[in-house]
Write a protein that binds this ligand. Structure first.
Ligand SMILES: Nc1ncnc2c1ncn2[C@@H]1O[C@H](COP(=O)(O)OP(=O)(O)OP(=O)(O)O)[C@@H](O)[C@H]1O
Ligand SMILES: [Mg+2]
Length: 248
């Protein structure tokens, strides 16, 4: 399946799931924290991959339902999928990083998506959500497009959402360009190119404000509800709505 973390594909009666394992080197229980972030994203209105936690051999494993396979009586159907790297016609070498951009991505998406307004709005919300949980690993392989029938290309559900608590309280950067101030994970920067997402500035502002308030007030309740320990909450708390997000 690719990606940096150890994983496997497992099946139950009806579905294929991506199993993501904790590593002894992790600073917190990654499986449960990622599951919590997917829950939090859904509560913020994002379309996300379905997930659950299963204990295996005394350890927590995150199971993420594969959205690129569909179970039928004849076996699994494979849906076509490509990553944002392809949409951006780039790769993941360090020299190509300058091509990694939400702004270019939304322009491309508007060309081929069958639901451009909805997908552009989802991409905007995802960019804002990632900034609000300090997910700085939002690189183009962590966004995908998927088609179920002949030509219904759409933005895939969100996946691989992880917080990265950092020391800087003023400046955090997304992996992709978010606005006219580059990668700065900041509200004003994200609003600056909102029309490319087909959003009026007032709409963009309202999405940002509502999501920031919800996460600030609600992240703790959500993560505790799905089983994140008090100790892990302490370790990740500085990731949420960091001070520089609202800096003008
Ligand atoms: N629910 C899903 N359905 C189908 N494909 C998926 C799903 N989740 C992830 N993938 C694919 O598997 C790849 C690896 O998954 P994921 O990004 O969760 O792993 P990771 O090891 O945390 O990655 P990274 O290297 O970004 O940290 C993704 O880039 C994507 O192509
Ligand atoms: Mg990934």
């Amino acid at each position: 399946m690719g990606g940096a973390r150890p994983k496997a594909v497992v099946s139950d009666k009806d579905n294929l799931w991506l199993a993501k394992f904790n590593s002894d080197k992790d600073r917190w229980n990654n499986a449960i924290v990622e599951h919590a972030m997917l829950n939090l994203a859904q509560e913020c209105g994002l379309n996300v991959a379905q997930s659950k936690i299963k204990r295996v051999g005394g350890k927590d494993v995150l199971l993420v339902k594969r959205f690129d396979r569909e179970h039928t009586k004849d076996g699994y159907l494979r849906h076509r999928m490509f990553s944002a790297l392809t949409a951006l016609r780039t790769d993941d070498s360090p020299t190509s990083r300058s091509n990694w951009s939400y702004i270019t991505l939304v322009e491309e998406l508007r060309r081929f998506s069958t639901t451009p307004h909805e997908d552009a709005r989802q991409l905007f919300m995802r960019m804002v959500f990632n900034a609000l949980i300090s997910n700085t690993d939002d690189h183009p392989r962590n966004h995908a497009f998927i088609a179920h029938t002949a030509n219904d290309w759409r933005l895939s559900p969100a996946y691989d959402l992880t917080p990265t608590p950092m020391t800087s309280i003023e400046h955090r950067e997304s992996a992709m360009v978010c606005g006219n101030r580059g990668r700065w994970a900041n509200a004003k920067n994200m609003r600056s190119e909102c029309r490319r997402f087909m959003l009026e500035p007032t709409e963009a502002e309202s999405i940002i404000k509502t999501m920031a308030e919800f996460i600030e007030k609600g992240w703790y309740k959500t993560v505790r509800r799905v089983g994140v320990s008090e100790r892990d909450c302490e370790a990740i708390k500085s990731a949420f709505v960091y001070q520089g997000f609202f800096m003008e």
